[in-house]
Design a protein around this ligand. Structure first.
Ligand SMILES: Cc1cc2nc3c(=O)[nH]c(=O)nc-3n(C[C@H](O)[C@H](O)[C@H](O)COP(=O)(O)OP(=O)(O)OC[C@H]3O[C@@H](n4cnc5c(N)ncnc54)[C@H](O)[C@@H]3O)c2cc1C
Length: 483
């Protein structure tokens, strides 16, 4: 067994691990990064990028299907070549992974330790029984993994996760997606649009990451119109039958249905990789899910010399958050004990479904819990069904709800499903981070005709409800037609 003595050991070589390694290196040369799995990051290999590539192919089909609505009739039958679809997904995915690998290659070999690390105590790690590392400071950046009910393991190789989809050479005929959350919606809708027979089952009525009941109901209705989605499903039986999976379920009208599918895709959530790293050998204080508690501004845990970043922290499992947390955790591990608070940005998230889902700032649930009992917040709303530019583009489905604080008029957050939600969410997140009031947001320019005019309508509605602006009028002067 080899022994290393280092200033900083980073566990995990994904987005957060790479970021923490680089930030710690600014302070000391004595940093190692330990990676047990493949290099390349979850985001590039099996996450953000391949999922968006599959969505892009699905969008191409959807544009063709929508064309007759404009009087444009594509000639002949649309042929979807599953092999070509998956080939492009994997080819482009590999290109993105290649960029990450170039970064990994530039790290000196002696700083990269291969193998899975486990804590022996607060300052000691063992890697795969070949190396003991005595580290003055440690950053946990071990990411997360999909989780599903153990009984589904009986489905064998018919049970798949997102990683498996991006290894397919061809598209299957049918998939039952369990979990209409971010990953389930993105993959399920794309597969449906690419001609795969998709059934989507949820629990408790949850759709996407939404918390506003009105936006969630709209999302449920919209997706249900396109493919079978039961967000509160009653699946009676699921078992393997040859190369298929037999599913018996009660449909939304209460009738029993039986079906055979090629695969069951588990999109039922992800759990932080902290249960398999010998955490019990540390003195770390854990939350109810067994995740080390950490200060969100310093990423320091209850053990001063241990920091955490990325999905492992269970704070906000998104790429840009992993990068921010990594910068803070790595910087503090490097400069310890003189630690500093780092920048945490306003919350923003997007689901690349169609229509897209966007959430910014505090969620409706968080605001209701904080301000609901005193009635100290108001909600403004817009429907995109008659919104000018959205109708022009035949993308007039969706609703946006914006929340503001009584008295101060400050913009608190928003939830939406609708056209260009990824872009509207950015405008709103920038306003939120600048702590703008709704009136200040309305002072900003809005071009015509754009989807963002819908945002202006929602903000005007909110300002009126906050009693800070005039009542909403049906045909405003600056609105132009269809606002
Ligand atoms: C299908 C999908 C789509 C997504 N889409 C988006 C999106 O559109 N936008 C967005 O912002 N986010 C998206 N995400 C989330 C995003 O990918 C993650 O938030 C981000 O990758 C987390 O980075 P990380 O460094 O924490 O984890 P990872 O990149 O997973 O890195 C963790 C690393 O730690 C290693 N490791 C684990 N345990 C050990 C150990 N004991 N010893 C050594 N190494 C270990 C693992 O092998 C892994 O390489 C998506 C995720 C998925 C799955």
């Amino acid at each position: 067994m080899k022994t290393l003595n280092v200033d900083v050991a980073v566990i995990g070589g994904g987005t957060a691990g790479l970021g923490a390694y680089r930030a710690a290196k600014e302070h000391t040369d004595s940093v190692v990064m330990i990676e047990g799995g493949p290099y390349g990051t979850t985001c590039a290999r099996v996450g953000c990028m391949p999922s968006k590539l599959l969505i892009a192919a699905a969008e191409a089909v959807h544009h063709i299907e929508k064309a007759p609505g404009f009087g444009v009739h594509p000639m002949g039958e649309t042929k979807i070549n599953g092999r070509e679809v998956m080939d492009r997904v994997k080819r482009e995915r590999d290109r993105f992974v290649g960029f990450v690998l170039e970064g990994v290659d530039s790290i000196p070999a002696e700083d990269k330790i291969r193998g899975f690390a486990r804590f022996i105590d607060d300052n000691t790690l063992v890697v795969d029984d070949h190396t003991t590392i005595n580290a003055k400071r440690i950053v946990i950046a071990t990411g997360s993994r999909p989780s599903w009910p153990a009984v589904w393991n009986e489905l064998g190789d018919r049970l798949i996760i997102n990683d498996d989809v991006f290894e397919w050479d061809d598209l299957p005929e049918s998939v039952a997606v369990f979990g209409p959350g971010v990953i389930g919606l993105e993959l399920g809708q794309s597969l449906h649009r690419l001609g795969v027979n998709v059934l989507m089952f949820g629990m408790g009525g949850q759709v996407g990451p939404l918390t506003d009941p009105q936006v969630m109901a709209y999302a449920d209705k919209t997706f249900s119109e396109e493919f079978y989605l039961d967000a509160d499903s009653k699946v009676d039986m699921m078992q393997r039958e040859g190369d298929k999976v037999f599913i018996r379920y009660q449909d939304k009208s209460g009738d029993m249905q039986e079906t055979l599918v090629d695969y069951v895709l588990a999109a039922t959530g992800r759990r932080p990789n902290v249960d398999n790293i010998g955490i019990e050998n540390t003195t770390l204080t854990l939350d109810a899910r067994g995740v080390p508690l950490a200060d969100k501004f310093t990423m320091q845990t209850s053990v001063d010399s241990i920091f955490i970043a990325g999905d492992a922290s269970n704070q906000i499992p998104l790429l840009h958050e992993a990068a921010d947390q990594a910068r803070i955790a790595g910087d503090n591990a490097g400069r310890f004990p003189e630690i500093r608070v780092g920048l945490r940005r306003s919350k923003i998230s997007a689901v690349f479904s169609d229509p897209q889902i966007g959430m910014v700032g505090e969620s409706f649930r968080e605001i209701s819990q904080r301000l609901g009992t005193c009635g100290c917040f108001e909600t403004g709303e817009v429907s995109f069904e008659n919104q000018g530019r959205s109708r022009v583009m035949l993308r007039n489905k969706g609703m946006l709800r914006v929340y503001g604080e009584q008295g101060t008029g400050r913009f608190l957050g928003a939830e939406m499903i609708g056209p260009d939600a990824e872009h509207i969410a950015h405008l709103l997140a920038w306003a939120h981070q600048n702590q703008m009031t709704v009136s200040q947001m309305l002072d900003m320019p809005f071009y015509h005709p754009v989807v963002e005019e819908g945002l202006r309508t929602a903000l005007r509605d909110l300002n009126a409800r906050l009693k800070l602006g005039p009542e909403m009028i049906k045909h405003c002067l600056d609105c132009g037609p269809g606002c």
